[in-house]
Design a protein around this ligand. Structure first.
Ligand code: SF4
Length: 336
């Protein structure tokens, strides 16, 4: 691979640029950062360590992270995924997923005497704390997020009497509040940054005293992956995002790529889902992956592309991520 390309100087041609041939050559732009974030890494390791320490079966409420490959691999190792706590035998071990759960779910698990480990991402927990704090101060909380998403259900469940869901710019019209002096917006962690800012703009037109969250709710990983895609998309005839259809941040990467100028963009779980007809007439393919995607799946797509003449891979680096979260307390001594 060639060395990383700086966002500030644009995207360079291949190392042998200078000849017309080089300019016409097929190439891959590989977004960095991509793939696993700190919260997903922690959640997956939590389940792996729970299996090692307690043996199978380990129950997990909902998908631990929204990725088919991760879920199928863990299922093969003895994880049983359930939708609700009442599907778990009394006294069994249950892990809560990275997306977080409402207090009602904790209560239901306690009533069944379940042993629980909470793999909620600390950045989701931070949004829960904000919801609790502003509900205590009797604010109307406008939670920007996707209806039905597990994270939103968990956050809203912290303060159901104070939270209203606003599902994008189209959801603003129906919002009413009790006191326009006490309104704050919070958000799901995995939204499109640009679309969320548009929703906030519309909300603020309606409620000029709308308060911002104390810190960004859209997490560093979501926003970094979108920034990298924006940097490469204008150069791309095609962007392939590796990720699952129920992964909010992966789906957003497809939208961001198209909005930033990619001529086409597709979401695939596996290399085998790449339709080679997409490559017809294409010179530059951008590759990225959602925050719940193991790198091995990206490698599979790169191998497939190399077989079709796209062996020249150029990283497009817009940030370096070093954040690591400690495992849940119950598992910490087991960490290498
Ligand atoms: S995408 Fe962000 S909020 Fe979600 S698990 Fe990763 S770091 Fe946490």
């Amino acid at each position: 691979m060639s060395s990383a390309i700086s966002l500030n100087v644009g995207i360079a041609r291949s190392a042998s640029a200078g000849s017309a041939d080089a300019a016409d050559a097929k190439r891959v732009l590989l977004a960095e950062p991509r793939g696993y974030c700190a919260g997903v890494d922690r959640a997956v390791e939590t389940v792996e360590k729970a299996l090692e320490k307690h043996g199978a079966p380990v129950y997990v409420r909902k998908e631990i992270v929204h990725n088919r490959h991760v879920v199928e691999t863990l299922r093969e190792r003895g994880v049983i995924f359930v939708d609700e706590t009442d599907e778990v035998p009394a006294g069994a071990l249950l892990v809560f997923s990275a997306h977080g759960v409402s207090p009602a779910v904790h209560t239901a698990a306690a009533e069944r005497d379940l042993r629980t480990i909470d793999a909620t991402c600390p950045l989701v927990t931070k949004v829960h704390q904000e919801a609790k704090r502003f509900a205590r101060d009797d604010f109307d909380i406008l939670l920007i997020g996707h209806e039905g998403h597990e994270e939103v259900e968990g956050t809203a469940g912290e303060a159901p009497d104070h939270v209203q869901l606003v599902d994008g710019p189209g959801g603003v019209d129906g919002v009413t509040v009790r006191d326009e002096n006490k309104v704050i917006w919070l958000s799901q962690t995995t939204l499109s940054v640009d679309e969320t800012m548009e929703t906030v703009r519309l909300l603020r037109e309606k409620f000029p005293l709308l308060q911002d969250p104390p810190s960004d709710d859209i997490c560093y990983a979501t926003s970094n992956r979108q920034t990298a895609v924006k940097a490469m998309a204008p150069e791309c005839d095609l962007v392939i995002v590796v990720g699952s259809r129920n992964s909010s941040n992966s789906v957003r990467l497809v939208e961001v790529a198209l909005n930033a100028g990619a001529r086409a963009a597709h979401l695939v779980d596996y290399a085998r889902e790449v339709d080679t007809a997409w490559l017809d007439g294409v010179r530059t393919v951008g590759i990225t992956s959602g925050a719940s995607v193991p790198e091995i799946l990206v490698e599979g797509v790169l191998e497939l592309l190399a077989e079709h003449g796209f062996g020249n891979v150029q990283p497009v680096t817009t940030a370096n991520e070093t954040l690591v979260f400690a495992l849940p307390r119950e598992l910490r001594p087991a960490r290498r």
